[in-house]
Write a protein that binds this ligand. Structure first.
Ligand code: COA
Ligand code: AMP
Length: 628
């Protein structure tokens, strides 16, 4: 069947389409209600179905005869170690850890934060939480204690699961001090922390609060999967919005399972028994969906990679892993491949003979720049597929559906809407734009299964952030257009979110942090172009009247503050002190113009600017601080 027929089949009868796909997963009770509309904003998928997500990821594979197949290949060039777990081994570890969680009184609906590096225990923890019907919230290791504390207060976990350390090139990231600090900063008090001691660093545990992983699983009774309703939450994953308060994206159990399972064959062209690799981090949505859940739902083997595309040990790591595990579909962020291309432009690490298993390379997280795509096409001679999605959706919105039909590739476009998504481009008044006209990319309600039903404990914020500007639509926050062939082009964000090395960050959150510096009167942070990371944040700060401290000293303090409050992942390394910020007469900071100046793009003096001299002063300051 062709993609267009598939899409039409969904359009003609969305309920029947998703009901049929739901038959592909294992239920304790098949749902009678496929889609329930609760009101104009809230919808639920498969709400009266009963199932268990962990059963579908683990036990089901064993029942279907895949017990001795590898479920997880762990490859950690940064620690020089490798291991594998079969589905039988994974089950035994997951049911044991689920038993340990039970022992510490975790039950259905309780929240558990997972703050762990890329080690198999992180996947075991996540699956064990799902097994007992609890709700996990994984926090990326590159965030600072304050960010962890915000998440602790928002989702009020009973317990946190962590490890002694993460490992970054050239340094060991000690998790324990960050965790202790976060617990101190948060108002909500967790009952316990389970700490996995890595051989690279053993840490002292806090008596009465911390339990070592090994202790927790000692003499424990394995736990069976707990039945949950289709609309019960499986996880909360925080993502950047326009303010310092991250949004807790909720994912339900059934919608997530059905969509992800469907995507494995239809988007990624995977079959059970084959090897899938998403080189991301379990702290991001790509890691949740395509390192952990989808490959396991589909009976594939997944690769858990702890390392970097370059430097661990070299730019050949990706290709070595693909050939060693015979990866069929590989998924990463363009930034990672830009790093590889920069280091090995000739492609001397690429031996096509050894990469025979690789059929398709998928890119997401940011716009796939045509240069990188072209380089990959030349070097690999396979389809390079850009696809577009968000933490909020959990699976692609637009992709080249390679398992249905490989559509012609247009560089710079993630191809077409997948079944489930009806996309319109709207102008600021909410009117539909024609082909090739740039506007807000919006998805008609209801959103398909797996997309967020709401934000954690923040229904009103959910409506305000996504549903209020364009009634009847979900506002993606991305701007772009659709061409005459129905290809979508995602060009930029419409809000203050930037994309740095495939990581989604809020410039608003950075401004909040900088404003807290005692010498800063006001500030602006904008995302500017970066050859490797796509975009990096740059700050401009005005100081309080009378402050005559060394500017370079204040800049270093601001950089340290962002690292301490948000984390190294913000990649915030550039800030300039200016006399005043360019503003409109109504007081709005002209961030877009500042960005154009830094990017050396053409810009025109905005007609509503209050004081045009400010631009000249800013330019001088940016030059003095070597930003332009
Ligand atoms: N724990 C602690 N610190 C972390 C971290 C983690 N899990 N991940 C990143 N950091 C730190 C880095 O060490 C670095 O610190 P530094 O300022 O002291 O050097 C900082 O955060 C910025 O990290 P990053 O943006 O990743 O830059 P990098 O120079 O280390 O690596 C790339 C650049 C492009 C190789 C890397 O960003 C990459 O592989 N990106 C792909 C991202 C991805 O897969 N995204 C998922 C979407 S599909
Ligand atoms: P995240 O929620 O962290 O996955 O980030 C989602 C955002 O990343 C999207 O809203 C886009 O702005 C951007 N993004 C992700 N994939 C793509 C893509 N293929 N093309 C363009 N932008 C993308």
């Amino acid at each position: 069947m062709k993609y267009s027929e598939f899409y039409k089949r969904w359009q003609d009868n969305p309920i029947e389409f998703w009901k049929k796909n739901a038959e592909d997963v294992s239920w304790i009770k098949f749902p009678e209600r496929i889609l329930t509309k609760k009101n104009d904003y809230f919808y639920e998928w498969f709400s009266d179905g009963i199932l268990n997500t962990c059963h579908n990821a683990v036990d089901k594979n064993i029942l279907e005869g895949r017990g001795e197949q590898v479920a997880i290949y762990y490859d950690s060039p940064i620690t020089n170690s490798k291991s594998k777990l079969t589905y039988n081994e994974l089950k035994s570890k997951v049911e044991k850890f689920a038993g340990a969680l039970r022992r510490y009184n975790i039950s259905k609906g309780d929240r558990v934060i997972v703050y762990m590096p890329m080690i198999p225990e992180a996947i075991i923890a996540v699956l064990a939480i799902a097994r007992i019907g609890a709700v996990h919230s994984v926090v990326f290791g590159g965030f600072a204690a304050k960010e962890l504390a915000v998440r602790i207060d928002d989702c009020s976990p009973k317990i946190i699961i962590s490890a002694s350390c993460g490992i970054e090139p050239g340094r060991i990231v000690e998790y324990k001090p960050l965790l202790d600090e976060a617990i101190k900063l948060s108002n909500h008090k967790v009952k316990n922390c389970i700490i996995f001691q890595r051989e690279q660093l053993s840490v002292k545990l806090n008596y009465g609060l911390d339990i070592s992983w090994d202790e927790a699983i000692k003499h424990v009774k394995p736990a069976d999967p707990v039945p949950v309703n289709g609309n019960d939450p499986l996880y909360i994953l925080y993502t950047s919005g326009t303010t310092g308060q991250p949004k807790g994206v909720v994912r339900d159990n059934a919608g997530h399972l059905v969509s992800l399972k469907w995507s494995m064959k239809n988007v990624y062209n995977m079959n059970p028994g084959e090897v899938f690799w998403a080189a991301s981090d379990i702290g991001w949505v790509v890691g949740h969906s395509y390192i952990i859940y989808a490959p396991l739902f589909h009976g594939c083997s997944t690769v858990l990679f702890e390392g970097k595309p370059v430097g661990t040990p070299d730019a050949g790591t990706f290709w070595r892993i693909i050939s060693e595990y015979k990866v069929k579909s590989f998924f990463t962020a363009p930034t990672a491949l830009r790093a590889v291309k920069k280091e090995d432009n000739e492609g001397k690490y690429i031996d096509k003979e050894k990469l025979k298993s690789l059929e398709t390379l998928f890119l997401a997280g940011e716009r796939a720049d045509p240069d990188t795509v072209l380089w990959l096409e030349n070097k690999l001679n396979i389809p390079i597929v850009d696809h577009w999605w968000q933490t909020e959706t959990g699976w692609p919105i637009a992709a080249n559906p390679t398992g249905i039909e490989l559509l012609p590739i247009k560089k710079g476009s993630p191809t077409v809407s997948l079944p489930g998504y009806e996309i319109d481009i709207l102008d600021d008044n909410g009117d539909k734009l024609s082909s090739n006209e740039l506007g807000s990319i919006c998805i008609k309600l209801p959103l398909p299964p797996s997309c967020l039903p709401t934000l954690w404990a923040a229904d009103n914020r959910f409506i305000e952030a996504y549903l209020s500007k364009f009634p009847g639509y979900y506002e993606t926050g991305d701007a772009g257009y659709i061409d005459n062939d129905g290809y979508i082009f995602v060009m930029s964000r419409t809000d203050d979110v930037i994309n740095t090395a495939g990581h989604r960050l809020s410039t608003g959150a950075m401004e909040e942090v900088i404003s807290n510096h005692s010498d800063v009167a006001e500030c602006a942070v904008v995302g500017v172009k970066d050859e490797l990371k796509g975009e990096v944040p740059v700050g401009l700060a005005c100081l309080n009247a009378g402050c005559n401290r060394e500017h370079s000293e204040i800049c270093n303090e601001i950089i340290d503050l962002i690292r301490k409050e948000i984390g190294p992942v913000a990649s915030f390394k550039k800030v300039a002190i200016v006399q005043a910020l360019p503003k409109t007469r109504s007081g709005k900071i002209l961030r877009k113009t500042i960005r154009s100046i830094i990017n050396k793009e053409q810009w025109t003096m905005p007609p509503t600017v209050e004081n045009s001299d400010v631009f000249d002063d800013c330019k001088i300051a940016l030059k003095n601080f070597k930003i332009i």
